[in-house]
Design a protein around this ligand. Structure first.
Ligand code: GTP
Ligand code: MG
Length: 397
């Protein structure tokens, strides 16, 4: 099985659960939901018990199938990041074996561990995810598995402890992840009921990730079959687009994502499929994705690098003029400071044209990281290391 999606804690579990709503995800990836509270695991709709890993305060990691699971996995860490980190470190070997076991059972035999890329997903502000997440990223890296971290920034109003957890967790994660994709709860801060919006936000993030993973793995184009400009990209491109390499040093970039979609046929034509593919303005689709970035206070044109994956019904690539992919590429190229755009087209069987963009920044460009670092500093004497050290790390000798 090429990929694994590891959701840690309530937030991480929620996003991974939403990603596996589409069953085709199970064909390309193994889900793993790690949590210290059975109740949270039970709220998931698509990730069944066989994919659960419990965290018990006195027994470490426990397989979802174990007798008495509910009895041992209770309570959570209640925002105690340090304790969750410590417990994970103590039982590192167990979680490593569980990951290997799960990926191997589901994957092709004899292919080693068989994980081409691991996604680790969690909320930075809590205890379980923010404590265990970076340790699990380290375990994955030690197995030479590329790690894409999808992590959720707390909103500023969530307070000092939450910001401190986020800063400490990011400090550690930066050492191990290849790329860091930020989802910012500040985007929901002005809404009346944040909790109710979590699910919709999780679905938005999940759809974007799914487009990239399913689009590149299961529905990639064969450029020779199409008239239009339809380059193929894969998850390696995604990691290149969301990390920085200078000399022999590699550092995770800090990326955000955006997604927009549009019906490819209107309802009448869909019911009587004669012709009916309407023209899609791909540029406005891109602009709509830019309007819905997962991070507050960023400018599209400040991104160092970017990536876009368009998913289109095949008809759009055969009939000339339906979609101008070269123009879309130019729009992206005009919005990267390093002049590095990764542009890909994939197919979909759905009645939808979608654009997913990833925009990658250096940490110093992101005011949200500075705000959280300040908030954390007011709570305790901590700061976000990457804001001081990231650029230094890149000075070549
Ligand atoms: N976007 C989003 N954010 C969430 C969700 N659930 C929690 N959060 C945010 O994530 C942070 C808390 O993380 P949780 O995932 O609840 O904590 P945990 O990892 O379960 O850790 P514990 O403290 O042990 O419960 C807070 O900043 C919340 O705002 C969710 O479903 N979606
Ligand atoms: Mg929890």
């Amino acid at each position: 099985m090429p990929y694994t999606f590891i959701g840690v804690g309530q937030c991480g579990g929620g996003i991974v659960d939403a990603a596996f709503y589409d069953k085709s995800m199970f064909r390309v990836a193994v889900p793993i939901a790690i949590n210290s509270a059975t109740l949270d695991l039970q709220t998931m709709k698509n990730i069944k018990r066989e994919y659960w890993v419990g965290m018990s305060r006195d027994r470490g990691f426990i397989d979802g199938a174990m007798q008495g699971f509910e009895h041992f996995v209770v309570g959570g860490y209640g925002k105690n990041r340090g304790k969750a980190e410590q417990d994970t470190k103590e039982h590192e070997d167990v979680i490593r074996d569980m990951i290997i076991e799960r990926a191997r059972v589901k994957g092709a035999e004899g292919e080693g561990i068989g994980i081409a890329v691991a996604f680790i997903v969690y909320g930075l502000g809590g205890g379980t995810g923010s404590g265990a997440g970076p340790v699990i990223a380290k375990v994955l890296k030690e197995m030479k598995i590329p790690v894409v971290a999808v992590v959720v920034l707390p909103a500023s109003h969530e307070g000092g402890l939450t910001a401190k957890n986020a800063v400490e967790s990011l400090n550690r994660l930066t050492e191990h992840a290849d790329s860091i994709i930020l989802v910012d709860n500040q985007k929901l801060a002005y809404a009346e009921s944040t909790e109710a919006l979590f699910q919709r936000y999780n679905e938005y993030v999940a759809r974007s990730l799914r487009d990239i993973v399913v689009g590149t793995a299961l529905e990639s184009v064969n450029p020779a079959d199409f008239e239009g400009y339809a380059p193929v990209i894969d998850l390696k491109d995604m990691i290149t687009a969301t990390s920085f390499r200078r000399g022999d040093k590699q550092r995770p970039g800090f990326a955000c994502l955006g997604r927009a979609s549009e019906k490819a046929r209107d309802l009448l034509h869909y019911i009587f499929p004669v012709r009916g593919y309407k023209e899609i303005d791909i540029i406005s689709l891109l602009y709509r994705a830019f309007m819905k970035l997962s991070l507050e206070d960023v400018r599209v044109e400040d991104a160092e690098k970017n990536l876009v994956l368009l998913r289109l019904p095949p008809a759009y690539l055969t009939k000339a003029g339906k979609i101008n992919t070269s123009m879309a590429k130019r729009v992206m190229e005009e919005r990267t400071r390093l002049g590095e755009t990764h542009f890909g087209v994939a197919l979909t069987k759905k009645n939808l044209a979608t654009a997913v963009v990833l925009l990658t920044y250096r940490p110093n460009q992101l005011s949200r990281l500075r705000t959280l670092s300040q908030l954390a500093g007011q709570y305790e004497d901590v700061s976000l290391r990457v804001l001081e050290e990231y650029e230094k790390d890149f000075v070549t000798h």
